[in-house]
Design a protein around this ligand. Structure first.
Ligand code: SIN
Length: 305
């Protein structure tokens, strides 16, 4: 009998697998397919103060080993999330969620985070300072130490629950941004968000995405995620949720060896809606294959010796 449980900022999870924000809706859709209480936790769709329709289409493009999205933070807004989505979710899900918070100003992050902080089902606030698909917000805050730190510091003043800052890989030195967030009071970090990318249609000679660029996710980005988690683990002492192209139980173990305390599953959910459930089911056998009894004990194991 192996032990798959891990702790994330003071909350114990049955296993480290967390469907990533934007790939799992508000949970309801997946609850129609399987009992989502098997998850360690999951992160809800990025939520802003006002409802957003997102970017014009096309906003999805295929790529070798993954896909590009330029959704543009489509979401119903924090009022609807609190009055409709979270109560619906509570009917089918007994665990905690990460509330993914987005904004176009520091005030917006603070207000949305403070409102979600009061919801019982919210265990952690995940500050999305890394969306590459919007202008004047998102990644705009996460590409500088000062911007990421300011959002973190102001939100921390306004909330009680653990704050996890979601980082972009689209920077020269992700470890420096991670350190700035830790110094500003972050309780944890999640990384990586998508990699800025594009496709061009040779027939029309135009970019495929209406927004020109989008974020690449899927198996192609897994080695980038692994490298980022490895570097950030060496730079900070707060827990890291590793994500980016995770498709298997072996990927979960690799990311944990790099330093992840928990692991996000993103694009894989879009290819196979049962992906997170299947990875959880495969974890015990994969652990036994590598002689692991206690999954938590492998965190950061690749840094030893
Ligand atoms: C989007 O809504 O554009 C994707 C969310 C993100 O990358 O943070």
């Amino acid at each position: 009998m192996v032990n798959t449980s891990v702790e994330l900022c003071g909350i114990r999870l049955d296993n480290p697998v967390i469907p990533a924000s934007g790939t799992f809706g508000y949970g309801r859709e997946f609850a129609e397919l399987y009992d989502i209480n098997c998850l360690g936790a999951f992160s809800i769709k990025g939520t802003t103060r006002e409802p957003r329709f997102g970017n014009p289409g096309p906003r999805i493009a295929e790529a070798p080993g993954g896909l590009l999205n330029s959704v543009g933070l489509q979401n119903p807004g924090v009022d609807a999330v609190i009055s409709r989505e979270l109560p619906e979710l509570a009917r089918v899900y007994a665990k905690k969620v990460l509330a993914n918070v987005c904004g176009f100003s520091v005030d917006e992050y603070v207000e949305v985070a403070a409102r979600l902080d009061r919801e019982d089902i919210v265990g952690w606030l995940e500050l999305n300072v890394s969306c590459p698909n919007v202008h004047g917000g998102g990644m705009g805050f996460g590409t500088s130490c000062a911007g990421a730190a300011e959002v973190t510091r102001e939100v921390k003043r306004a909330v009680k629950k653990p704050v996890i800052v979601k980082l972009t890989p689209n920077v020269t030195d992700i470890a420096a941004i991670a350190r700035a967030c830790e110094e500003a009071g972050a309780d944890g970090l999640s990384l990586i968000n998508t990699v800025l990318a594009m496709r061009i249609d040779p027939a029309s000679r135009r970019p495929v995405l209406a927004n020109v660029t989008g974020g690449l996710s899927g198996g192609a980005v897994f080695p980038i995620a692994l490298r980022c988690v490895y570097q950030v683990y060496e730079a900070v002492s707060i827990p890291v949720i590793g994500m980016g192209g995770v498709r298997s139980a072996r990927d979960v173990i690799e990311l944990m060896l790099a330093g992840a305390a928990a692991v996000g599953v993103g694009a894989a959910n879009l290819v196979n809606p049962y992906a997170a459930r299947d990875i959880i089911a495969a974890l015990p056998a994969e652990m036994q294959k590598y002689g692991i009894d206690n999954l938590e004990a492998v965190i950061g194991g690749a840094h030893n010796g």
